[in-house]
Design a protein around this ligand. Structure first.
Ligand SMILES: [Zn+2]
Length: 336
């Protein structure tokens, strides 16, 4: 599919340490020839942080692992940036077989905490509640949390030699529960946090990317509640720093995608992010091309499977281990 934009990107999860070389080869031999020029690596807490080793997640990657991935990107003119989740998605359900990926889940029994909240449970909302709906969320007025998060962000920007970081901030359902947070309107709590992060990384010459689903309401778009806000966060759109790049994700075909126009009207630059279902991805891309008001920087394809799994499927045609890997691979292969 021919794209009219300058950026052709993909989100890859940080590989398992034993699969780093497969992913290096995948970038070099699969993504580069297909003219991908951005890799956003969903690392979360899976890095051997030197400043805060207590926050390391499952199977953390080493400095050398990241440099290998960085160098193959550099060699091919591919921009390489890290991705964390810095609001919701602080706990969840692991893929099976375990590949270090946690997904939000409606079944409350799956509430495995990721690196930051395992080390500092009090940095999350409702730390004493044994289980929460979908996934845990940071307590956005906790100043000690901000100090640790800034250190983690700085370390990732350094090792990735990155000019941007993707901060997630999608699918937030448990924000603003404590007395301090609940005194602030949700949209302000949310926007203030992201603006603080944006200000912090700008001092380091970098930018923020984030998911867009909390920035418009269910009512004004007709999207379902996982990809639109029914919790009052959406007015954040008006007070958020317009240097933040919004990644507008949609995985099914709604016929129309009103968020594209809402972001243009609010003055945002965006990327569009489809997923595994090919007809839906095509419909979304086509709609975006037709409704681009010059504010679309490009495509950021999502995957949500292990990147080693995806690499081996697309390089060697091996059977994917996770339930959706084969479909994701087929969609990428036939679209791009
Ligand atoms: Zn709080």
């Amino acid at each position: 599919m021919k794209l009219p934009w300058k950026t052709k990107g993909i989100v890859l999860t940080a590989p398992l340490s034993e699969e780093v070389d497969d992913v290096v080869k995948f970038i070099d031999e699969y993504l580069a020839p297909r003219k991908f020029n951005l890799v956003v690596m969903q690392i979360r807490y899976r890095y051997r942080f030197k400043r805060h080793p207590e926050c390391m997640g499952y199977d953390p990657l080493s400095y050398e692992d990241i440099k290998k991935l960085l160098y193959v990107c550099k060699k091919n003119g591919i921009r390489f940036i890290p991705k964390m989740n810095l609001c919701g998605h602080q706990s969840g359900l692991p893929n099976k077989p375990t590949d270090g990926i946690l997904h939000g889940h409606q079944d409350e029994k799956y509430d495995i905490r990721d690196g930051l909240l395992r080390a500092y449970p009090e940095f999350g909302e409702q730390p004493h509640k044994p289980q929460v709906f979908y996934s845990r969320t940071l307590c956005l007025t906790n100043n000690a949390m901000k100090e640790v998060v800034f250190d983690l962000v700085d370390e990732l920007l350094e090792v990735f030699e990155a000019d941007a970081i993707h901060i997630g901030c999608d699918e937030v359902f448990n924000m603003g529960q404590c007395p301090t947070c609940s005194a602030v309107p949700k949209y302000k709590l949310y926007a203030d946090w992201i603006n603080t992060l944006s200000e912090h990384v700008k001092k380091r010459g970098a930018k923020i990317l984030m998911w867009g689903d909390r920035l418009y309401s269910t009512e004004e778009t007709g999207y379902h509640r996982y990809e639109s806000s029914d919790t009052g966060t959406h007015p954040a759109r008006e007070i958020l720093d317009k240097d933040v790049i919004v990644c507008d994700w949609h995985y099914e075909d709604y016929g129309k995608f009103p968020s594209i126009e809402l972001f243009a009207n609010s003055g945002f630059k965006i990327m569009i992010s489809p997923w595994r279902d090919k007809p839906s991805a095509e419909a979304f891309i086509k709609y975006a091309i037709e409704h681009d008001k010059g504010h679309i920087e490009g495509l950021l394809m999502t995957t949500w499977c292990g990147s080693g799994d995806l690499a081996k499927r697309l390089l060697y045609n091996t059977e994917g281990r996770w339930e959706h890997t084969n479909q994701i691979a087929d969609t990428i292969d036939s679209l791009f």
